[in-house]
Design a protein around this ligand. Sequence first.
Ligand code: 5GP
Ligand code: ZN
Length: 117
Amino acid sequence: MSAVDKCLFCDIANKTIPAEIIYETKNVIAFHDINPEAPLHCLIIPKMHIATINELDAKNSFVVAYLYEAAAEIADKYNVAKEGYRVVMNCNKDAGQTVFHLHLHLLAGRKLSWPPG
Ligand code: 5GP
Ligand code: ZN
């Protein structure tokens, strides 16, 4: 990403745009989705800018483990771990990705249908 490009989730990660932050570590931040699709719907992102899954490589893929570690901690904190939850990462247009900064959706608090649409 060049210096002139703006990224919404980089701005949330560096706190120049507000969000309801529920989890933060050195590498990861999580916040409630502005348009929730379930009683609990948060987005877990690396602080490092990575546009899509397609940009993952041997140097940056370590952050994906941190995203899942965050998911497990958030599920525990919100008492949904036992009932269950879904984590989803959309990639590019056919999957409906709209924000091009890697993010894991965590959805919980209702029965989720399968397969997704
Ligand atoms: P995608 O469709 O790229 O997988 O998911 C992007 C998600 O970001 C959507 O669920 C959307 O509701 C959420 N989102 C978009 N803009 C904002 C924002 O400014 N703040 C927050 N908290 N979530 C946002
Ligand atoms: Zn970004």
